[in-house]
Design a protein around this ligand. Structure first.
Ligand SMILES: Nc1ncnc2c1ncn2[C@@H]1O[C@H](COP(=O)(O)OP(=O)(O)O)[C@@H](O)[C@H]1O
Ligand SMILES: [Mg+2]
Length: 304
């Protein structure tokens, strides 16, 4: 299988990371220079470089891999699982100056799981640092906020965004028209991961082709889906989705739903929606028929 460009070109060094503002760059440089970080909470929209920032920082700090635990909260189901993994890891003495727990997508954790996490953060503060990422900082409990330095990542501007993708294409010796690239940018911005993935999928030979109907239509079916959801036309929304998406794209739908929680109404409904979406995502990889799982998830969401 071809290597994914999002991984191949994920910046590992500070100088390769495109910063939105110099303030933040200076802050990261200061941490690297001091060889020390507080507990951190990176927040921001999907695909704009939160995970990249967290990994780049750990790398620049020179923390050895045996002192790093990477977990993705959206893939780990239970409170116990998360707590057991983390306590098992932080209990032993670090080889280097400290251990780092990189907890990606921490906002997928229930408030209970977050409370347990906060306890561990407190207990092992002298030997461990926690680096969390999330899309929605307001889904993180205050007790964790108050223990972490918040770091909100804004989207980079569209020119830099385009330049970043263009650089990858040049590195890969792909021929492309700027106009063609622009069409991808229009659909994906500010989600850089999505843009890089779409572009990679549409390269044949060493040429970048125009977005396929699917790519361009994507935004459309999402709009259509939201309209149907809002109008309570659940059966149609489900047919639309299950008919249009390939199995490989389903995971993205769960994530899209999560990124657009406001379509489910007020905060309380959003809280329930998170639980349903997360369960759907976890089951997605386990069940025999992912399409039925998606349909069942959508039905539950529509009943909110
Ligand atoms: N600021 C950035 N500078 C350079 N590349 C970036 C930046 N942000 C994102 N990317 C690219 O986009 C991809 C997705 O970023 P990622 O950090 O996984 O996003 P998320 O915010 O969802 O965690 C990365 O693999 C990287 O190639
Ligand atoms: Mg991420």
């Amino acid at each position: 299988m071809k290597e994914l460009w999002v991984e191949k070109y994920r910046p590992k060094k500070l100088e390769d990371y495109v910063f939105r503002d110099n303030h933040q760059k200076a802050q990261v440089q200061a941490w690297v220079k001091d060889e020390s970080i507080p507990h951190l909470l990176f927040s921001g929209a999907a695909g704009i470089g939160k995970t990249t920032m967290a990994k780049m920082l750990v790398n620049e700090l020179g923390i050895e891999s045996y002192d790093v635990l990477e977990l993705n909260a959206s893939r780990n189901n239970s409170v116990d699982e998360i707590r057991d993994k983390i306590t098992g890891f932080v209990q032993t003495i670090p080889f280097g100056p400290f251990k780092v727990v990189l907890l990606d997508e921490a906002d997928y954790l229930s408030p209970n799981a977050q409370a347990a996490l906060r306890g561990v953060m407190e207990e092992y503060h002298s030997t461990s640092r926690f680096v969390l990422t999330c899309n929605y900082p307001n889904r993180i409990i205050p007790a964790i906020h108050s223990r972490c330095q918040g770091f909100h990542i804004e989207k980079i501007d569209q020119t830099e965004f385009t330049a970043r993708v263009a650089t990858i294409l040049v590195e890969e010796n792909i021929e492309f028209e700027l106009d063609t690239l622009d069409n991808y940018v229009k659909v994906a911005y500010p989600d850089l991961r999505k843009c890089i993935n779409m572009v990679q999928q549409n390269v044949s030979g060493n040429k970048l082709s125009s977005p396929t109907k699917g790519d361009e239509g994507e935004a459309d079916w999402k709009f259509e889906m939201v309209e149907l959801f809002k109008a309570g036309k659940i059966t149609q929304a489900r047919k639309l989705l299950c008919g249009k998406v390939r199995a490989e794209e389903m995971e993205e739908i769960y994530r899209w739903l999560y990124d657009n929680l406001e379509i489910f109404g007020e905060e309380e409904k959003q809280d329930t929606a998170v639980i349903i979406i997360k369960q759907g995502l976890v089951d997605h990889t386990l069940v025999a028929d992912p399409e039925i799982n998606l349909a069942a998830t959508l039905i539950k969401l529509a009943r909110l």
